[in-house]
Every structure is written in C-alpha cells, then in structure tokens.
Design a protein around this ligand. Structure first.
Ligand code: OFO
Length: 167
C-alpha cells in the first residue's frame, strides 16, 4: 500500500482538528446544559464529546498507518453560552452540516487521487454524518413538538438521558 499523499495528509490533519473542535464544542454545550439544569441533554452532549474524540483519533491512526505525518493544530475556543435547548440543537445540526461538507470534500479528493483505501475509510465518515445530522434533526423536531420550555422541555431532557454510549 503506497503512503498517503501529502495533500490528503493535509486534508486529514485539518479534519482531525475539526473533529476535536466538534468535541470541544459539545463539551461546552454540555456544560451549558448542566448549568441550565438539563442533565439529560448534558449527558447526551457529553457522550457526543467522546464520540467526536473517537472520530479524531480514528483519522489520526489512519494517517499514521499510511505513513503520513500527523500535525496537530491549535483548537479554537467554542462559545460558552448557546441559548435554549432548541437553539443548541439547531447549532448542532448546522455544525454537523459543515462537517459533512468537509468530509465530502476530502472524499472527492481521495477519488481524484484514486486512493481507494482512503475512500473506504472516508465512507465510514460519510455514513456517520448521515446519522449525526439525523439525530440532531430528530431532537429539533421533538423540541418543536413538545416545546422548548416547561413540561415539554423536561420530557425531552428525560428522553435524552436515555442515550447509551455508542448510540
Ligand atoms: Fe465527527 O461527527 Fe460530528 O462533528
């Protein structure tokens, strides 16, 4: 297996940074929810932080495996406050749409370089992004139906508390 190209290595390194930023963003959102007495949402976002770290390390391990050079970049600071729970999940969805666009761009690059192995790895991320966008959209719909305050909000928060690791 040939080493991963320099340009794909650069793209993977940037994506590692984006995944770590996602983790950081969700950790900050989780803390915001804790402070707002929404333990279910806080727990859901805390699991998401762990998942994003997993996405970053999976890319990092792959670059190493293909004899590329991992270069970690500075991670931007996320916001500390995010509005209501509906605002939060709208921001999650918008963020995930950006991540999807970024993954698709790298996938396109792997196609143009005929790097079939990288395409296989990236296919996992393409599928993961469908799930990520979908789960944010489901929670948004739930909040729109049940309400973003009072008993509706409590109900959604309890539902989010049921998220298991790896789900
Ligand atoms: Fe890594 O999927 Fe979200 O960002």
């Amino acid at each position: 297996m040939p080493a991963i190209s320099k340009s794909l290595t650069d793209a993977f390194n940037s994506q590692i940074n984006k995944e770590i930023y996602s983790a950081y963003l969700y950790l900050s959102m989780s803390s915001h929810c804790d402070a707002a007495n929404l333990p279910g949402a806080a727990g859901w976002l805390r699991i998401q932080w762990e998942e994003e770290l997993g996405h970053a390390t999976k890319l990092l391990d792959y670059v190493n495996e293909r004899s590329g050079r991992v270069v970690l970049k500075a991670v931007d600071a996320p916001a500390a406050t995010f509005g209501t729970l509906l605002d939060i999940f709208r921001q999650v969805r918008a963020h995930e749409e950006e991540v999807t666009a970024s993954i698709n761009k790298i996938y396109q690059q792997a196609i143009s370089e005929s790097d079939y192995a990288a395409q296989t790895l990236l296919q996992w991320y393409v599928n993961e992004q469908v799930e990520e966008e979908n789960s944010a959209a489901e929670i948004i719909s739930m909040l729109e139906l049940a309400g973003d305050s009072g008993s509706g909000l409590l109900m959604v928060d309890r539902h989010l508390a049921g998220r298991a690791r790896g789900a």
